[in-house]
Design a protein around this ligand. Structure first.
Ligand SMILES: [Zn+2]
Length: 118
């Protein structure tokens, strides 16, 4: 069966107009849920220094897999919880200070590897 694209688009536009408030409310609800979930994951001691900090001090350090997004940015969009969990599974939770030390150590390794392989 061939779908009448123009007719379908018009119906979608009309549905979106009728449900605009509902769509906005759902987006806000998903973002609030995502932020709450991410903060609950961050409520653990730092993997490196072992100290507990407020959620805004804690970072997700990607340690495996391909980084598909920055978790704090993903959480502020109405993405699905499964997508968020999949990205979080690639990370360790560390405080921002330890995260910087890790990142700097990785850069040092990267620089030394480049200088030994001209
Ligand atoms: Zn730390």
């Amino acid at each position: 069966m061939v779908r009448d694209n123009e007719k379908w688009k018009a119906r979608k536009r009309e549905w979106t107009t009728r449900n605009r408030q509902k769509i906005t409310d759902n987006k806000k609800r998903y973002v609030a849920r995502n932020i709450k979930y991410v903060n609950s994951i961050k409520a653990i001691p730092c993997a490196d220094c072992g100290k507990e900090h407020s959620s805004f001090v804690m970072d997700f350090d990607h340690v495996s897999g391909n980084k598909e997004g920055v978790i704090s940015q993903m959480a502020r969009r109405p993405v699905g919880l499964e997508k968020l969990k999949k990205e979080i599974a690639k990370c360790e939770v560390v405080c921002s200070n330890c995260h910087r030390y890790r990142t700097n150590a990785n850069k040092q390794v990267s620089v030394s590897m480049r200088s030994s392989n001209p």
